[in-house]
Design a protein around this ligand. Structure first.
Ligand code: TYD
Length: 206
């Protein structure tokens, strides 16, 4: 069977990514089942037992910014080696809730880690590997913060300011501009139906 495809979902906290991802997964599973292909759903940080332990630390422990970026990429290396690469080689399609664009957006844009350091880590951990498609849920930070509301106890990232998410969003959009061939930007301020229609168009192109 031909190699599978790797699709990532990105956006600032409160963009609605997780909800839309669940729906996208169902649609894709339905379409791919006929061809005997499996959809593997995963997330970052996380996706492996070690990665999930690192996620817990990353979301809740105070740490130096460089430590944070290194742990994101360490978890990613494990994720690539144990889950993503084997699945694609089997012919499965992999959907990941976040990948390296999130590190550029959050640790780079949001927290200000110089981009060249992140590019070095990206080359080390991924070689030239990039998603086949990245769906970016784009939304204004003030709308996203209203949506996050008081839903639950916020983690270290969810409790960040609108100014942080303004920088994070700008870096996502810069990454999209740099690699337009792999990015699809979805306006996340639309109604759920509007977003689903856009996702259906994206699925049709696959
Ligand atoms: P998120 O994907 O929003 O999951 P949930 O919907 O369960 O809250 O949470 C992961 C958080 O980790 C998110 O706030 C962004 C952050 N993050 C980074 O800062 N850098 C990264 O490289 C990744 C993958 C995530």
């Amino acid at each position: 069977m031909a190699r599978g495809r790797f699709i990532t979902f990105e956006g600032i906290d409160g963009a609605g990514k997780t909800t839309h991802l669940a729906w996208f997964r169902e649609q894709l599973e339905h379409k791919l089942a006929a061809g005997g292909r499996t959809v593997v759903m995963t997330r970052e940080p996380g996706g492996t037992p070690l990665g999930e332990s690192l996620r817990d630390l990353l979301l809740h422990e105070q740490m130096d910014l460089e430590t944070e970026a290194l742990l994101m990429f360490a978890a990613r290396r494990e994720h690539l080696a144990r889950v993503i690469e084997p699945a694609l080689a089997r012919g499965d399609w992999v959907l990941s809730d976040r990948f390296s664009d999130a590190t550029f957006a959050y640790q780079g844009g949001g927290r200000g880690l110089p981009r060249d350091k992140l590019e070095t880590l990206e080359r080390w951990v991924q070689g030239g590997f990039q998603p086949d498609l990245t769906i970016l849920f784009d939304i204004a930070p003030d709308t996203a913060s209203e949506r996050r509301g008081a839903a639950r106890e916020p983690d270290r990232f969810e409790s960040e300011t609108d100014a942080f998410f303004t920088r994070t969003r700008a870096e996502y959009l810069r990454r999209a501009e740099e690699a337009p061939y792999r990015f699809a930007i979805v306006d996340s301020s639309q109604s759920i139906d509007g977003i689903r229609a856009k996702l259906e168009q994206i699925i049709a192109t696959l």
